[in-house]
Design a binder for this molecule. Structure first.
Ligand SMILES: NC(=O)c1ccc[n+]([C@@H]2O[C@H](COP(=O)([O-])OP(=O)(O)OC[C@H]3O[C@@H](n4cnc5c(N)ncnc54)[C@H](O)[C@@H]3O)[C@@H](O)[C@H]2O)c1
Length: 232
């Protein structure tokens, strides 16, 4: 068992998840990463492999982490599924996968980890939403899933306050990582042209806000979704 605070970060197979894990490690957390894929970068964290669409496997992995590492004090729900296909080509399987990874798994992980936090006297959850969750995206499965993340973050912030568990989200726009790199070029170009800061975020600029929301510096924040979007 670790004497440090334990942080679980999902999606550490991607650059943003890896940047968040590295930042939390530098803040003194004992970091656990969870992903389908191997870690994006070699870092000072333990990796657990799990498919977030498999809820029994997710439950078993969370329990395994609790047993092997200890109770989770910080949960960062960062993993997500995004596949840029047009509305007309969208299949029921894709819709289900997007909602399974981006909403169902987030909701379930929040519930299971909140039980550990409640029993330990408190904790912090940070969910990765997106500007797409604020509306206006043509990728309707992804946009609806991220609207779900914003909604559940607000509700859980209120619901879990009495257990000393704070829940907040971050809504980035274009990041120079992962999904930001596979966006259709026209969509990417539109973001770059309309973003007042005229560039994509670096993963570290999002990880900075995760570290802030995880820390006591944000002790009066819960249920909020913070826009980190270059002014969009
Ligand atoms: N990159 C951007 O421009 C951008 C913008 C706004 C929000 N975001 C959000 O930031 C977060 C990280 O995105 P990213 O750009 O690093 O994406 P990414 O695709 O590089 O990383 C996402 C990670 O989630 C993992 N994942 C997906 N489905 C999974 C499953 N079923 N089980 C386990 N792991 C699974 C993937 O393996 C991957 O490693 C996401 O929540 C995304 O919605 C990204």
């Amino acid at each position: 068992m670790s004497a440090k605070k334990i942080a679980l970060v999902t999606g550490t197979g991607g650059e943003l998840g890896a940047a968040i894990a590295a930042r939390l490690d530098s803040e003194g957390y004992s970091v656990v990463g969870l992903d389908l894929r191997a870690p994006a970068t070699a870092g000072n964290y333990r990796h657990y492999s799990c498919d977030l669409t498999d809820i029994p496997a997710l439950g078993a992995t969370l329990e395994q982490i609790r047993r092997e590492v200890g109770p989770i004090q910080l949960l960062v729900n960062n993993a997500a599924y995004y596949n840029p296909v047009s509305f007309w080509e969208l299949t029921p399987e894709q819709i289900q996968r997007t909602l399974a990874v981006n909403v169902t798994a987030v909701m379930y992980a929040c519930q299971q980890v909140a039980k550990q936090m409640r029993d330990a006297g408190g904790g912090v959850i940070v969910n990765m939403a997106s500007i797409a969750g604020r509306g206006g995206t043509s990728q309707i499965d992804y946009g609806a899933s991220k609207a779900g993340v914003i909604n559940l973050t607000g509700t859980l912030g209120r619901l879990l306050a009495e257990h000393n568990i704070r829940v907040n989200a971050i809504a980035p726009a274009l990041i120079d990582a992962g999904m930001g790199k596979v966006l259709p070029p026209a969509v990417k170009e539109k973001y770059l042209q309309t973003t007042p800061l005229k560039r994509a975020a670096q993963p570290s600029e999002i990880a900075n806000v995760v570290a802030f929301l995880a820390s006591e510096q944000s002790s009066y924040m819960t249920g909020a979704t913070v826009d980190v979007n270059g002014g969009l």
